[in-house]
Design a protein around this ligand. Structure first.
Ligand code: GLU
Length: 420
């Protein structure tokens, strides 16, 4: 239909989708409606750098479908962001929201920038300019942003403030993942990692693994990876390997995750934490462990890596870490590995975002226990649906999860007609 999204990440979403569509025997017209984004925006964001010069950054927002409610999804600030990656991430958000039963279509946005190269003032200027340019396209009932790679609570506060100033009143429900002091919800920051750890525990139960006897390896030590690590340790799991973009540490006796977390919070990265524990990041994913958690970026497990994995569970905390070729290997040659697919594994983030949005609309606030209990309830429900579909139809967990998501969107489109 169109190749404006062409690139390796959109190619991945495309392959995943056509595998499901083939199985459901969908005609071409249906496929295009279900796959291609409804709207895509490209903007340029000029800001004054601290040097006094003007720099222009490219920004994007893709809204995948409008059938179930507003669109929902994060905003990514990263050097490799392009429209194809953002579109693929929007498609995955749609499947994720549909699987969790949330009343949203998927969206994603981003700016091609390395936020670490910007001063705090420049980051604020860029964040505000991005939201300013997006005002005609977003709204609490149109498209609701959230954090993703390279953005955080502070960026969400700037987004919310910029939108609110334009409206002349505080509109906290325009973004989720805000600081609690600015209308955020308790537990949102930890939600993705907490949800990942909760599902790992469920997966362990399902194959009779005792958390107290298990080891884990985590790639990525940002918000998601670090909270997953802390939560796994709380459940008795020994975390023996972690990495971020600056360093990789391994200790078979178990790493001091709390110390690593404190270090990363102060320094913003893991490098120089220890010289004795340093290890080769290329070997991390194929280390012997019970649980492997890719929590960094897309396409890190390819077919070659899939053949060399030595884990029992892959918990996909990142979006799209496993390529379709690797899926083929896992399905055909590695039936002993249980994959918790990304759209299930990391859905804790958007689920608590949904609670935050509802709170903002109703101006009623819940405590942390309520948030965590409701989060686990929705995750358990989605996990059970995936397991039962996978076992009754003899398909992989990923196949089952995506099929449930696609089918829900398809049913809504069929009952509403062609418009949304
Ligand atoms: N960026 C997160 C994700 O990929 C969260 C999205 C949200 O909370 O809307 O799921």
């Amino acid at each position: 239909m169109t190749d404006i999204y062409a690139g390796p990440v959109f190619e991945m979403a495309l392959t995943q989708f056509h595998r499901i569509a083939d199985r459901l025997e969908l005609p071409d017209g249906q496929r295009s409606r279900l796959l291609y984004p409804k709207k895509a925006m490209t903007i340029s964001c000029p800001i004054h750098l601290d040097s006094g010069e003007v720099a222009v950054f490219q920004g994007y927002r893709v809204q995948h479908h409008l059938t179930l409610g507003p669109t929902k999804g994060g905003t990514r600030f990263a050097p490799n962001v392009d429209i194809g990656e953002v579109a693929a991430l929007a498609v995955w958000m749609s499947w994720k929201c549909a699987l969790a039963g949330l009343p949203y279509g998927g969206a994603k946005g981003g700016i091609t920038v390395d936020p670490r190269q910007l001063s705090l003032r420049e980051l604020e200027a860029l964040s505000r300019r991005y939201m300013q340019e997006m005002i005609p396209f977003v709204g609490p009932h149109i498209d609701v942003m959230a954090p993703d790679m390279g953005t955080n609570e502070q960026v969400m506060a700037w987004f919310m403030d910029t939108y609110s100033m334009h409206q002349g009143r505080t509109v906290s429900e325009i973004v989720t993942g805000k600081p609690v002091s600015a209308g955020g919800i308790t537990g949102r920051r930890e939600a993705t990692g907490l949800g990942t750890a909760h599902l790992i525990e469920r997966a362990m139960q399902s194959i009779n693994l005792d958390p107290g006897k298990c080891t884990a390896v985590i790639q990525g030590f940002g918000n998601v990876g670090s909270v997953t690590a802390l939560e796994l340790v709380r459940r008795g799991v020994k975390v023996i390997g972690v990495s971020d973009h600056t360093a990789c540490y391994v200790d078979k006796r178990g790493l001091d995750i709390e110390a690593l977390d404190r270090y990363a919070t102060v320094n913003g990265h893991l490098s120089d934490f220890s010289s004795e524990l340093l290890s080769d990041p290329k070997e991390l994913l194929t280390m012997e462990c019970d649980v492997l958690v890719p929590a960094a970026m897309e396409r890190v497990i390819d077919a070659h890596t899939a053949r060399r994995l030595k884990c029992r569970i892959i918990a996909e905390a990142a979006n799209g870490p496993t390529t379709p070729d690797a899926d083929d290997v896992l399905d055909a040659e590695r039936p002993e590995i249980l994959v918790i697919p990304d759209i299930l594994c990391n859905s804790g983030g958007v689920i608590v975002s949904y609670f935050e949005w509802v709170q903002g609309l109703q101006q009623v606030f819940w405590n942390r226990d309520t948030v965590v209990a409701k989060l686990c309830e929705l995750l358990d429900d989605a996990f059970s649906k995936v397991i039962s579909k996978a076992s009754s139809e003899k398909i992989s967990y990923r196949f089952a999860a995506i099929t449930i998501g696609v089918q829900r969107i398809m049913d809504a489109k069929q009952s509403r007609g062609l418009f949304p």
